[in-house]
Ligand binder design. Sequence first.
Ligand code: SIN
Length: 529
Amino acid sequence: MGFSQDGVDFAASDGAREQVDFLIIGAGIAGLRAAIQLAEAGTVLVITKEELAESNTAYAQGGIAVAMGGDEDVALHLEDTVAAGDGLVNREAAAVLVEQGPKRVQELLTWGTDFDREHGELMLTREAAHSRNRILHAQGDATGREIALSLLRHVRQIPAIRIMEWTTGIDLLTEGGRIVGATLLDGEGGLLTVYADAVLIASGGAGQVYSDTTNPAVTTGDGIAMAYRAGAAVSDMEFYQFHPTAFSAPGAPRFLLSEALRGEGAYLVNAAGERFMHRYHPLLELAPRDVVARAITHEGMDGPVYLDMRHVQKDLRQRFPGISSFLAQHHLDLNRDLIPVRPAAHYLMGGIRTDVHGRTSLPGLYAAGEAACTGVHGANRLASNSLLEGLVFGAAAADAMIADHTVPVPHKVQLTSVPSPNGSTHDASIERWIQELRDVMWKYAGLLRDAAGLEAAERAIAALGATMPRGLSRRAIEAHNLHTIASTIVASAIGRRESRGAHFRNDFPRKDAEARHSILQNGTLSFTQ
Ligand code: SIN
């Protein structure tokens, strides 16, 4: 693919062109929520790599955390969010999240999102590190899918929004330091250039950079990688959240076993059948996610670790239909069996650095949702705050894009990197290359880190860079993006010589007195409060 870092005159390149007011890369909760708002001010094009329903949003099981009970409730949600983030939460962003959350969820209800109810009242469950029940859920454990589908139904009624499925972002277009659009690869392998007055990255996280992840295959960090290559600052990339309880059986997918299981009373037991969380945290199974994930890793050195719900007097197939149907394929039943679990990469707290309005370090470029880093999650995200983040900051970014929407359309632009249509690598070799990268990341930049391992990862990533898959195919683009993401995670993890939240260094097990965010831009790492 020849992704050179030198710009070229894109006027010489092939492919169709078009102009929209707003381009959104990604059709999860943040992208769709933004599109609804942006359509009031102009034309909107939303691109997504697969069919619309296939976003990380749709895989969210547990629910959406929201304080619907007034000021006191909102204040408690803020405190829980700040406490889970281990000293690094940007309080301004967290306040925006919890204060605007109820309004944004109310909109969802108006648009037909069907959250579970009992006797007509919304049902609320609890998850780790929440001081009270505040998690709305839908169809038991299909909350993300219900929200995504209701947003889609709404979006489809708005003529100003066009959606292109099976379309992959290649790179952002810049002119004079401003982002003015993007090059895209359509489903037939054709090149398309879209000029836009503002581009929103809402392409989610990058769980596929690790060999073990709860995330679907589409989560290859594309938007973050595109923004970084274009010169945008990324922040806190070392903070990758590992979900404690992904299904663990040889050859089986790392299916998410929602934290709501523990919210409904599940115990964690070790190979000896003993509960162990009392040795790690006073909140036991409902301790912050990073603490539980490390505890399971530790206990798992002596044999398998299980979720145990055999004592829960409830029909769990009814409460967790999706999880139960997955487990049934493995001849397991929540009410009857111990369920083997171990951690897997789940959520990126870091991402494209933005303010609370989604503005990045580059004019014309905005980001929201998991692809963005407002600092709202600090070093460890509070369970079920991610769907809320997509809603709240998707809408906030759209407001900023509309407010900034005054720039004339440029005619001559630069690519940040150069996709060459020549030369393609056989798919099997791309898959091998990607798997090697993912294995390196899991081994050296996973839950437990140290300088020697991270430096080994750095060398391995550099060596993989020399054999980067070539050719203008979606998979080659994803390989390139995963490489960019891996490099930024490892560089940031090497620089953070402390342990905080999801970033644990065996060689620096303590937390620094001062909490600082990492910033990586054009290969230079710095830290700031
Ligand atoms: C879960 O259901 O455990 C995942 C929800 C989240 O990541 O917040």
